[in-house]
Design a protein around this ligand. Structure first.
Ligand SMILES: Cc1cc2nc3c(=O)[nH]c(=O)nc-3n(C[C@H](O)[C@H](O)[C@H](O)COP(=O)(O)OP(=O)(O)OC[C@H]3O[C@@H](n4cnc5c(N)ncnc54)[C@H](O)[C@@H]3O)c2cc1C
Length: 329
């Protein structure tokens, strides 16, 4: 592929409440693959009011960090962030620009695409390199169709779905380059004047370390409480298959899979889940998978590290009791 003298891969790592957002760190994974092709560096770009915590996280996952600090870049000031990103892109002349597929990531890449005349792939779940061809897999129609997209403009630009890629292995701290970007007043067309934080029980499956998922095999909403109790005891979050949601045992925010969330916890416990492809594609990146199913031929056992053949209504209470006992010791 002709990279037009571009080498480095720039990753915009978004911040939220003073920390790096997980999907921004995950975007450094595919960036490494691209940098392997271009022969360049992976550069993490952090823009915000106070970048210290985020820079710390990013610096062990890439080759260089560019930190741009200014009160203009605080959360929500998207005009300034777009301008800042454009200026850094001019300076770095990257071969590719990646960001997390968050509302901000999508907005910045869309606006940058318009300014620079670039195509982009949004909500990417896979990156394939075939010879000279780079293909970005993007789900459409609620995940029923997967499109492979080839980008025709440089720098390549994409947003990646949370949980679809793993962040790179930690390495020695990278060089941190501090840049200043003065944002002209006329660039700021809208401004956050007040922020009201809603207190809600948001389901954060993408960032969870432990997920306990209940499938149709749980049998009823009442039985589903066992899944919740086990997740609670392990400090985890409740996941669900589509039938459990359709039966209204739990809200749609909990769905794991092709048309739900793609997750990568350290521990994933699947209870009464058959292991349909549409579910498994959302959880195979988990560190350690435990499956409980009464059918020893259930496909979920093909992806599980530990399989327990048994009735969830008998196995989960034993697990709960045992964990409680250990916690008391
Ligand atoms: C376009 C499309 C997108 C989809 N997206 C998603 C998605 O994002 N996420 C998703 O999950 N699904 C999705 N689905 C649905 C998917 O195909 C499966 O139907 C679904 O994952 C199955 O859910 P399940 O494992 O809970 O139920 P089932 O397939 O019915 O499996 C239930 C399992 O529980 C076991 N069981 C029953 N009773 C017990 C018991 N007492 N103890 C232990 N085990 C027991 C059974 O042996 C069985 O293996 C999608 C489907 C389509 C067509």
């Amino acid at each position: 592929m002709n990279w037009d003298n571009r080498e480095d891969v720039l990753v915009f790592v978004e911040q939220k409440e003073g920390g790096a957002v997980k999907v921004g760190l995950e975007a450094l994974g595919p960036a490494q693959v691209l940098a392997g092709l271009t022969g360049g560096k992976v550069i993490g770009l952090v823009m915000g009011e106070d970048n210290a915590a985020a820079v710390d996280k990013v610096s062990v996952l890439c080759d260089e960090v560019i930190s741009v600090e200014d009160e203009n870049f605080k959360d929500g000031n998207n005009d300034a962030l777009t301008y800042g990103l454009e200026k850094i892109v001019e300076k770095v002349n990257p071969a590719a620009i990646l960001a997390g597929n968050t509302p901000l990531g999508r907005e910045l890449t869309a606006r940058l695409g318009k300014r620079l005349g670039l195509g982009s792939a949004q909500d990417v779940i896979d990156l394939k390199t075939e010879g000279d061809q780079i293909l970005w897999t993007v789900p459409v129609y609620g995940g029923t169709v997967l499109n492979d997209i080839e980008l025709k403009t440089l720098p390549l630009m994409a947003t990646v779905r949370s949980g679809a890629f793993s962040k790179p292995e930690e390495k020695q701290k990278a060089e941190i380059v501090t840049e200043t970007v003065e944002v002209p007043e006329e660039e700021i067309r809208s401004k956050v004047v007040d922020s009201v934080k809603e207190i809600s029980e948001a389901v954060n499956l993408e960032e969870a370390k432990v997920i306990v998922t209940g499938g149709r095999g749980m049998g009823s909403k009442e039985n589903y409480h066992l899944v919740e109790e086990l997740a609670d005891l392990l400090g985890g979050v409740v996941g669900a298959t589509r039938p459990a949601i359709e039966d209204e045992w739990v809200s749609r925010d909990h769905q794991v899979g092709q048309s739900g969330k793609i997750v990568s916890p350290a521990l994933y416990i699947a209870c009464g889940v058959s292991g349909a492809t549409q579910h498994v594609t959302g959880m195979t990146n988990s560190g350690y998978i435990v499956a409980i199913n009464k059918d020893e031929d259930a496909p979920i056992f093909d992806v599980a590290d530990v399989g327990i053949v048994g009735d969830v209504m008998k196995v989960i209470p034993v697990m709960i009791e045992e964990i409680k006992k250990r916690k008391e010791e």
